[in-house]
Design a protein around this ligand. Structure first.
Ligand SMILES: C[S@@+](CC[C@H](N)C(=O)[O-])C[C@H]1O[C@@H](n2cnc3c(N)ncnc32)[C@H](O)[C@@H]1O
Length: 286
């Protein structure tokens, strides 16, 4: 008979210190001491998966076996990341796309003939953000011929990338999306009496998903980006990591390319390579 452990394992300071350092080294996520209980509760499931009784055993295996560390690290990271997101979260950024960025690209195209737009959604979580960008792009460019628009959506967490790729969301996730937009961009279905919406090919086809760790350069993007979304992820990083990241972004942005960060984030005192346009929107200086 299988025996189930009902109690949860508790984490000691030294085990937390080891895991904190490992996570920081692999992801840039900085875990302050008050995150100890969060780490304990999120990682208990990893102990159960490996049939281990204590964090001492888990840490010991991570330390002593390079092959265990290599296979475990993805699931460990997937348990630690915080993936909160929403459709049209911080809507002023989508207003910016509609009112400023897309019209700017359209005006430029009249001078240069270039109708290519590349947007990198660099911490895309379960996909609500890249789909919101794709919807905004189609609302603006739909029916205008010749445009080649691609959104690269990436995250370090492989579980959320899988969910994002399916493009399937429970009905209440789309509460902020108008009925008209739901009809244009989603297919409705019902399973076990629950309504789901699946992104239609018109928006799915604009998005390419990749696993990218923001800490690992060079980024596998293949070309320069016109705009980068990097929202609500640098809050988990310390200042030196943020500084490095903004410098990395500068290298992959086109001249005058845009960078959008989250509402509680700032570049103030971290990088002077970007011009602040307001509403946590920045433009690379040339
Ligand atoms: C709170 S979510 C933000 C999602 C979305 N950008 C938004 O604002 O709604 C943060 C995301 O950053 C990802 N993340 C954390 N560290 C990362 C890293 N080093 N490289 C890439 N993504 C990372 C997490 O997996 C998570 O999905």
């Amino acid at each position: 008979m299988t025996e189930f452990r009902s109690s949860i394992a508790t984490i000691q300071d030294s085990e937390f210190e080891y895991l904190k350092d490992l996570i920081y080294k692999k992801t840039g996520i900085f875990l302050a001491p008050h995150k100890k209980i969060m780490v304990q509760s999120r990682l208990n499931v990893r102990l159960r998966v490996h049939n281990l009784n204590s964090f001492e055993e888990y840490v010991q295996r991570l330390k002593s076996s390079a092959s265990f560390l290599e296979t475990e690290i993805t699931d460990l990271i997937n348990r630690i990341t915080t993936n909160k997101t929403d459709f049209f979260r911080e809507n002023h950024h989508f207003e910016f796309l509609k009112d400023t960025f897309f019209p700017y690209m359209e005006e430029e195209s009249k001078k240069t003939g270039n109708k290519k737009i590349r947007i990198w959604c660099s911490a895309s979580s379960t996909g609500e953000e890249p789909y919101s960008i794709a919807i905004t792009a189609l609302e603006f460019f739909g029916g205008k011929p010749g445009w080649n628009i691609k959104i690269i959506a990436s995250d370090i967490d492989t579980n959320v990338i899988q969910l994002a790729k399916t493009g399937i969301y429970k009905f209440d996730r789309l509460d902020v999306v108008s009925e008209n937009m739901k009809q244009k961009y989603f297919t409705k279905s019902v399973k076990d009496n629950v309504i789901y919406y699946e992104a239609k090919p018109n928006i799915k086809s604009l998005i390419e998903y990749k696993k990218i760790n923001l800490l690992e350069k060079p980024y596998p993007l293949g070309e320069k980006m016109d705009l980068i979304f990097c929202r609500n992820v640098i809050i988990y990083f310390d200042k030196p990591t943020q500084k490095q990241l903004f410098s990395n972004f500068e290298e992959v942005l086109c001249p005058f390319g845009y960078l959008i960060i989250g509402h509680s984030e700032t570049m103030f005192g971290i990088s002077d390579k970007y011009k602040f346009l307001g509403h946590t929107i920045y433009q690379k200086k040339v």
